[in-house]
Design a binder for this molecule. Sequence first.
Ligand SMILES: O=C(O)[C@]1(O)C[C@H](CCCOc2ccccc2)[C@@H](O)[C@H](O)C1
Length: 144
Amino acid sequence: MSKPIFVINGPNLNRLGKREPEIYGTTTLAEVEAMCRKAAGERELRFHQSNFEGEIVNWIHEAIDEEAGIVINPAAFTFTSIAILDALKMSSRPIIELHISNIHRREAYYHSSFVSKVATAVIAGLGPNGYAVAVRAMLELPGS
Ligand SMILES: O=C(O)[C@]1(O)C[C@H](CCCOc2ccccc2)[C@@H](O)[C@H](O)C1
């Protein structure tokens, strides 16, 4: 039986599409979820968002226990969270770090990701469509 794919979103992404459309577009997180489920096809997809670091850590533990691949947009926790890094280090499955914007073209405090130290791949700058690209890529990665 194939394993689920976890898509995990960090703080403030619940406001996607409602603020800063010039950076993040007008697509809502609910629409992103629908795009991910379409991209996943028959594969089970778990889609989560939280503004709380510990909740994100718990979902990473769930993904590890289910031997599942993880697509993660940690949002601001990308640049601050050792807890999320430590949790991701425990995974033996593919991890795709996803950012809607190209963080490397933005403010300097967005340039150094803890998550990139353990990510299998990083997607940044494709806009909300990057999520569907990440899910489709995850389907093809060995071990996902
Ligand atoms: O580009 C991305 O996906 C980011 O992960 C989004 C984070 C911000 C998430 C906040 O999302 C909002 C969405 C709509 C309105 C306001 C914030 C930002 O801190 C990263 O540098 C890049």
